[in-house]
Design a binder for this molecule. Structure first.
Ligand SMILES: [Zn+2]
Length: 364
């Protein structure tokens, strides 16, 4: 069969051929059965009511419309069948009528004679910040209750990392989930937490405390390591003020130069130690070793596996200087609370930046 007509102009002939191809393309859907579209087309062409004058133009247009309608019907029926099968097949949550309609989508609307596929849009994820029962808990400042209110640490992390929870600030230094790095200084730069205490029953080599919750967790961690036979854990330094960090960083620069100092020490206003949630541990056996002794010690091995159980993570992991901007520090533990630390551990994360979906911060 050909639609070539010697009486048509080349332009009209080309158009007619294009139309024939488009119609043929529609007519082969669905491919498994004798097409109702084809049957309709035959019946339509054979209609005795079609006059000879209109025969050349009208049937093709009609055929195209009928084809479009048939395809639309096929989509709707197939969608309805799919929903029926899902419901009858024992799906645990049968779709409610409006939801089912949204999944199937409206039937395609023929435009220029051809069906236009209509994709049903997924509903926008609901922000916990629009939920007063969440924001009221967030406003209390209770980190544990806030994480519980959103459905647990994994849900909290997912909401924050996906950007649907802008009311949760990762810059608030009073929250246990604060992220401080070379791109995220404290605001104000000389922030100072109000509840710094010395942890009970832990050997401190300097008079340097932690925020109350982190201090209690360190006491539990040190006891856990001792009970497990991993040895005594002491610490060299925990909270450091803005002024203290200025001199710490300056000392490092004077020894190593700026470039190396920046890989090993934070500038003032950019150090996690200023949050009161970070601690540099040392292994002790009678006397205590240095920071560099941690990685190869039994205490260091135990901390790598178990610190998360007490709400701490190894903040500057091996091989992640691309994100953190710091050489690995087996001794530097950061408190983020037991719920988030478990999600961090279970998710296999190695940087807090990736955990919360933040950009890498290798440099200032
Ligand atoms: Zn440190």
């Amino acid at each position: 069969m050909t639609s070539f007509d010697p009486e048509l102009s080349p332009r009209r002939a080309a158009r007619a051929e294009a139309e024939r191809r488009a119609t043929a393309a529609v007519a082969v859907v669905p491919p498994t059965e004798p097409s109702p579209t084809r049957r309709l087309r035959r019946e339509d062409t054979a209609s005795p009511r079609r006059g000879p004058v209109r025969w050349a133009s009208r049937p093709r247009r009609v055929r195209r419309r009928l084809a479009a309608l048939a395809l639309g019907l096929t989509v709707v029926v197939a969608g309805a069948l799919a929903v029926g099968i899902a419901t009858a097949g024992g799906a645990s949550t049968p779709l409610a009528a409006p939801e089912a309609a949204a999944r199937v989508g409206p039937p395609p609307v023929p435009a220029e004679g051809l069906p236009v596929p209509v994709l049903a849009e997924a509903p926008a994820p609901k922000s916990p910040c629009d939920d007063p029962s969440f924001t009221s808990v967030l406003a209390t400042g209770d980190d544990t209750a806030t994480i519980a209110a959103i459905g647990g640490a994994a849900a909290f992390r997912a909401a924050v990392a996906s950007g649907i929870a802008p009311c949760v600030s990762l810059s608030d230094p009073n929250r246990e989930w604060v992220v401080v790095n070379k791109k995220r200084p404290f605001d104000p730069a000389d922030y100072r937490p109000g509840d710094i205490v010395m942890p009970d029953d832990v050997r401190a080599l300097k008079e340097s405390g932690l925020r109350r919750t982190a201090a209690d967790a360190l006491t539990a961690l040190v006891r856990g390591a001792a009970d497990a036979g991993a040895g005594e854990i002491g610490y060299l330094s925990a909270f450091r003020s803005y002024e203290n960090q200025q001199s710490t960083y300056a000392d490092r620069v004077s020894v190593s130069g700026v470039e190396e100092a920046d890989r090993e020490s934070a500038r003032a206003g950019f150090s996690e130690h200023q949050s009161g949630l970070a601690v540099d541990i040392v292994p002790c056996d009678g006397s205590c070793g240095t920071l560099d002794d941690v990685a190869a010690s039994s205490q260091g091995a135990w901390v790598r596996d178990h610190a998360w159980e007490y709400g701490y993570i190894t903040r500057y992991d091996v091989g992640r200087i691309d994100v953190t901007g710091y050489e690995p520090e087996a001794w530097h533990l950061r408190y983020i609370g037991p719920e988030l630390a478990k999600a961090y551990h279970d998710g296999g994360f190695t940087t807090l930046e990736e955990f919360f979906g933040l950009p890498a911060a290798p440099t200032y």
